[in-house]
Design a binder for this molecule. Sequence first.
Ligand code: MSP
Length: 502
Amino acid sequence: MSAKNFYVTTPIYYVNDKPHIGHAYTTILADVIARFHRSNNQPVFFLTGLDEHGQKVQQAAEKRGMDPQAHCDDLAPRFLQLWERLEIRYDDFIRTTEDRHQTIVQKVLQDVYDKGDIYTDEYEGWYSVSEERFITEKEKDSGEFRDVKRIKEKNYFFKMSKYQQQLIDHINANPGFIQPEHRKNEILGFLREPLNDLCISRPKARMSWGIDLPFDADYVTYVWFDALLNYVSAPGYGSDENKFQTWWPANVHLIGKDILTTHCVYWPTMLMAMGVELPTTVFAHGWWLMGESKMSKSLGNVVSPLDLIEEYGVDAVRYYLMSEMVLGQDASFTIESFIKRFNSDLANDFGNLLNRVCGLIGKYFEAKVPQPGEHTAEDRAIIDQAVALETEVTRHIDKLQIHSAIFAILDLVGKTNRYMEHEAPWKVAKEDLTRAGTILYVATESLRVAAHHLSPVMPARCGKVRGILGAADSGAAWGELKPGTELPAPEALFPRLEMPGV
Ligand code: MSP
């Protein structure tokens, strides 16, 4: 991780329903990554927000018999409240109906239009109402699109095809631009066919909920041309050059695999037309499935993040989502795996180590952290692993492999539990209190280092663990735990969960 500024984004969510576990996942992921970077003293800008225009939102508002703006204003707080409950520390929250965003969208449209990269044309083609875009003959024949209509109308087009080769060259020259690798190949495959220009307008007669085209008042802007620009409007593009230079290009846009084409074809070609540098990485994660099936309202299996927090607490939810999904692949959500993971990693390993050290220090050292003496080879193995953890965690986070970072941290905790069993300080204390003190210092300090590294994933409970150890603001270095610190009586921070129905 370099000391350079770090800018991370989530997709901006459609305000058509309450947030679900998929939205919560990407936002927690961005938060965890942001916190890891902040803990390395890197300046971070973490942006999230809401996508409030377009047909989906207009239809959702109509269904509720509400004006679209009133509908958005009504639903936006649900997202904000959820982010608060999930301990999401974003730096900016953008709504695409805000003036600061609308002004920039119009400015970009005008600039690209003046440059000659937007033209008008009578177009007849297949239009997917659910996808809100014209689709190709091939896409129509694939049968993957619902609500397909033949539409003929005048529209404005962005010359996306003009940038096709430049985009292919960029992807080839920057292997980290689209991640994971198989998604990059998917986009390169897509780009083997000639790229169509992008229809970026919607006649108001058909769909009026959007940003007016600055050069034709009968049209609004296509929702994706509007939404993608949030990534630059928020950090000051066209309004605060200094701020923009500080943060752009974004280090990583986190997205779900379903919005790969918009982020890896529309967005980079738009930036090329604007003459703006491309983001460093677009990372597409997989989907959370409910067991084996897709999460969907019609199947009635959508998991509410608020219900989960209510039942198990925010840190348990964050921990599960971050450790269970291998970034880039789909993951299966089940309550059984949730409880299993909590019990094995947090109750049996992490929580158990905390209880043991606090209990034994209470019993043999009047609850004061003992002074360590000479180190044995066994002690050194733990110390070396704890010290090496910083580099290892950083390496995984840089590759966005959060589950591997967690695995490495939990490995130290597991080794420390085994070290305790092997060294048995409760036996040693009867003959050699200095040695018992050394063992307990090493185990407690290892726990503190683990809690430090795990804090971005579980800020509240790791904060509590570090607080209990009198080391709330301590870092990754070995030896920050102060001998003499008084520890409170052990408290079950991670009590075992029962399987429902057992
Ligand atoms: N508004 C657009 C994004 C515009 S970004 C400039 C959008 N919004 S969305 O609300 O429909 O979806 C937002 C994100 O949620 C997508 O990245 C999508 O992949 C993700 N998820 C929706 N369901 C999901 C799961 N079941 N699992 C994981 N993520 C999923 O698309």
